[in-house]
Write a protein that binds this ligand. Structure first.
Ligand code: 2HG
Ligand code: ZN
Length: 469
């Protein structure tokens, strides 16, 4: 206790008393994730006002041997930003670092502090006809530091890649309090190890991202959105290949939504699909600075009907209609939460393997549960689906989890395509990741954060001799 009081005094001296929260009511919003799946108990929340203060806070915590859990917008789905329940950790919130330091519409870069909300950066960029192409349902709360630290995905990965593909430079605070400033606005920089890659997707386990330089793209002036229904995933993949040929580079989203997911959205969000149901729905978007998208989408749909690939379909006639098609997709997560006990998965396999994976996983889940219902949707174009399972009262989450993940392993996929491991998937990472890859991960952690100061228990499980061969 005396030790914690001494640290609190130091944190107050570094950041000012108002930036150190200890009252349970003040701490609570930081201690629980937005879905209320993970509940922690930090002994304080500290909110530094700039990078220098972050560095001093880290140095003080290190001196006291107190571990740090960094947090951005607290919108993650794997509990990576939720502290443990020991009441011994400091939660370091980046939410006061909110400056957009510069935006260069010609070099097409933006330099921005970690706590800045993704949507505000997108709004600033839009004023200069530029786009930061990360599109997430949570973009009104997700922060730049969070999307970098989790290497966030979203619905435009198909066209622009994961967040990693957009990061040109980073500023990070290391475990000894050193500030490493790599905020270069360069497209090309091959001068040695590209160390920033280590901090992207590390979920705050190697250092604290305090600012980033991100790549922008021209804001598309035109876009077109279509919703189709199809009988099976093989057909959906055939349509994806056609969409690549007809729409090419302008194809910006190719999302798959199961009939069950649409039914949940209709039940809980009061929305209605404008087309006749199939087993699966496809939401397809094209976006470009050039015209001609509408014609290309019409060619795609005409071919889809002629070849009897699509059962029904519609092209949005206005921006508003496009938004209501997107609303069907964007409400799936919320509808699932309202329906009941959902178990999340975030798998990926090579796209052509997806039908075999889905058949395998369905059988594997049925073998461990007779009551589980599936809620499958996601980013088909990226080979990444959220294979979520609604559990009945008798179902064992761990057994269902293992069934879904074992099918992933059988098809050489990933158990976390875009959400990260956080604390939610650490055990499954340890169970399924090849031993040599686990050992390499521990070597990296040991080299950069040897005392285990940053976010212990996330991403890496304690070293073991197990792991898949
Ligand atoms: C999405 O694709 C998000 O909408 C959330 O990654 C997925 O709720 C989920 O499981
Ligand atoms: Zn997703």
């Amino acid at each position: 206790m005396a030790e914690q009081d001494a640290l609190l005094d130091q944190l107050r001296t570094i950041c000012g008393p108002a930036a150190v929260l200890t009252a349970p009511g003040d701490i609570e919003p930081y201690a629980v994730d937005w879905k209320q799946s993970f509940v922690g108990s930090p002994f304080c929340v500290v909110r530094p006002g700039n990078t220098g203060e972050v560095a001093k806070v880290v140095a003080a915590c290190r001196k006291h041997g107190t571990s740090i859990v960094p947090q951005g917008g607290n919108t993650g789905l794997a509990g990576g930003a939720t502290p443990d329940a020991s009441s011994s950790q400091v939660l370091l919130s980046l939410n006061r670092l909110t400056r957009i330091r510069s935006l260069d519409p010609i070099g097409m870069t933006v330099e921005v502090e970690a706590g800045t909300i993704l949507q505000s950066v997108k709004e600033e960029a839009a004023k200069k006809e530029r786009l930061l192409p990360v599109s997430l349902a949570a973009e009104g709360s997700a922060t730049i530091g969070g999307i970098v630290s989790t290497n966030a995905g979203g619905v435009n990965v198909l066209r622009h890649g994961m967040t990693r593909a957009l990061v040109l430079g980073l500023e990070v605070v290391l475990a000894d309090g050193t500030i490493v400033n790599g905020l270069r606005h360069l497209r090309k920089d091959n001068a040695g190890y590209d160390w920033k890659q280590l901090f992207i997707g590390a979920e705050g386990t190697l250092g604290i991202v305090t600012a980033a330089v991100l790549r922008l793209v021209p804001a598309p002036r035109h876009s077109v959105t279509a919703l189709l229904s199809v009988a099976d995933v093989e057909t959906a993949i055939a349509l994806y290949a056609k969409a690549q040929s007809e729409i090419g580079d302008a194809l910006s989203a190719f999302e798959l939504i199961s009939g069950e997911s649409i039914a949940l959205v209709e039940r809980h969000a009061g929305l209605k699909s404008p087309i006749a149901a199939g087993e699966w729905f496809l939401l397809i978007e094209a976006a470009s600075s050039l015209t001609g998208l509408e014609a290309a989408m019409q060619v795609l749909l005409a071919a889809a009907f002629e070849e009897e690939l699509a059962l029904d379909g519609v092209i949005a006639a206005s921006h508003q209609q496009a938004q209501s098609l997107w609303a069907l997709r964007e409400h799936v997560t919320e509808a699932e939460a309202r329906e009941g006990r959902g178990l999340k998965h975030d798998m990926s396999v090579p796209l052509t393997v997806m039908p075999a994976y889905l058949a395998d996983a369905r059988a594997a889940v049925a073998a461990v549960s007779r009551t589980a219902r599936l809620n499958v949707f996601g980013h088909l174009g990226d080979g990444n689906l959220h294979y979520n399972v609604l559990l009945g009262p008798e179902d064992h989450p761990a057994a269902v989890n293992r069934a879904v993940h074992d099918a992933v392993v059988r098809h050489r996929g990933s158990i976390s395509a875009e959400h990260g491991l956080g604390q939610y998937r650490v055990g499954e990472w340890q169970r399924t990741k090849p031993a040599a890859e686990q050992a390499l991960a521990h070597t990296i952690k040991q080299a950069i954060d040897p005392a285990g100061l940053f976010n212990p228990g996330k991403v890496l499980a304690a070293p073991n001799k197990g792991g898949a061969a």
